[in-house]
Every structure is written in C-alpha cells, then in structure tokens.
Design a protein around this ligand. Sequence first.
Ligand code: ADP
Length: 269
Amino acid sequence: MLTSPDLAAHRIAAEPYYRPVGDEIAVFEAAWAHRLPVMLKGPTGCGKTRFVEHMAWRLGRPLITVAAHEDMTAADLAGRFLLDAQGTVWHDGPLTQAVRHGAICYLDEIVEARQDTTVVIHPLTDARRVLPLEKRGELIPAHADFQLVISYNPGYQSAVKDLKESTKQRFIAIDFDYPAPEIEAEIIRREAGVEAGLAATLVAIAACSRRLRGQGLDEGASTRMLIHAGRLASGGVGLETAVNAAIVLPITDDADMRAALRVAINACL
Ligand code: ADP
C-alpha cells in the first residue's frame, strides 16, 4: 500500500518578498526551463531560502524543503516501510514526494548529510531523472515538473566535509552574498519595519562585523541577524541592547571576541 501525500500544503499562496540583487531570477528561470538542478551558494542568512520560496511561488510549483543534518539517511529522503494497524505500509520521504508529484525539492545545507546519503540524488540530476527505491524495488521517473535545488555554504566546508566533485558538477550554481548596502538597507526596512536611518545604521554595523571575518569570527552578521536587531529595536529595545542580543551574543561565545566586536560596532554607531 502506498500513502499519497497532499502537496497542497506545500503550495505557496502569497508572494514571498524577495529583492533581486543580480540576474539570479533569470538564471533560475532558465535552469527551470530545462529542469536543471540548481545549487545556491553563499553564507548563512543571505537570502537563499527566501529566494527559492519566491521562485517556487513565481513558477507556481509546490516547494518541499528538507534541512539536511549529519544523521540524515537515504531513507529520510526517499522513504521507508513503517508498521501500522494495516500492516507494513510504505511512506514516501520528502524527496520521493517531490519526484512523484512534481514539486521543487530544496535540500538545505546538503553538505551536512553523509556522502552515502547524498548519492541518492545522482540519478535524479543527470539525463536519467529517476529515483531508485531499492527497498520497494521501484524506479520512479521524475515528474516533468520536478526540480532539485540545494544550498551550500562554501565558508563551512572542510576537506572531510564537502560535496563530492561528482555531485557538485551536476548543478547550475548561483552565488549569493550579503547584498550591496543600499539593497540590504531596503530589505531590512521592509522585513523589520524600521525607518531608513536605522536600517542604514544596521548595515554599517554589519560591515564592521564582516571585517572581522577570518580574524576570530567564522562569519560576520548576516542579513537575518540585522533584521532581528531591527525588530528588537522597533519593539522598543535600545539599539545597543538590540544589537548585543541579535548579533554579538549569537555570533560568538568567546568573551574577547565579543568585546572586540562591541568596540568595532560602537565605532560604527
Ligand atoms: P539563507 O537561506 O541564505 O540562510 P534566508 O533566505 O533565510 O537565508 O534569509 C534570511 C532572511 O533575510 C530572510 O528571512 C529575509 O527576511 C531576509 N533576506 C535576505 N536576503 C533577502 C532578499 N534578497 N530579499 C528579501 N529578503 C531577504
């Protein structure tokens, strides 16, 4: 017996706000036209997830998102037999649902998954466009509207944890980074509901924190963190407290680094 999911829950009804920063929409649409798999590369909190939500809405496709993690197995993606009152029932995993029913499947931070898990996507990302379900003895041809999208943060990669070359080379890549200052300020204004002056100050703070990247900080403040700081500040918290709570404390546990970051940020205020 096969349980069939209702993909209606994965449809995006209202337009997710996305401020384009380059030609990423055109590149994605061209990739979609050929159902080519796409890799969104960039640091955390810079708009990759929002972009894929926007594109799924724009293309009128349901979006199934999976956050990859190191314990994720191929069965977590493909599906498994489970026992219930009727006996043993097969449950499609999220990737299989997308393949069968024509959704965009977004595998977030795919590199977190083990390489033996990652290889299940190989036959889907070449001319075959099939998903083998070994446990069911089934080979599923991908629905005409199925597309695979993955995200990848190059800053986190190490020799032990990286995508195989044979995986990387299957994807069209789109580079993401923190947007230019005036665009980032526009996004913060809109997302946090703050006025232009405060948005510009938060962007200046981000620039200071991003200069410390590689000098004790793995990454500077992301656009997401700036939005959080803006929301706290617009909720009545003082700017210094908001920046401390939304940026300094989450970004590092190291007391010296926190102090250095506060000095750098105060110089920007
Ligand atoms: P990522 O997936 O890269 O970690 P997100 O897409 O979750 O990051 O972005 C974090 C937040 O930043 C989003 O929820 C959104 O509020 C905002 N954001 C970043 N870039 C953009 C953009 N270009 N347009 C609109 N919102 C953006």
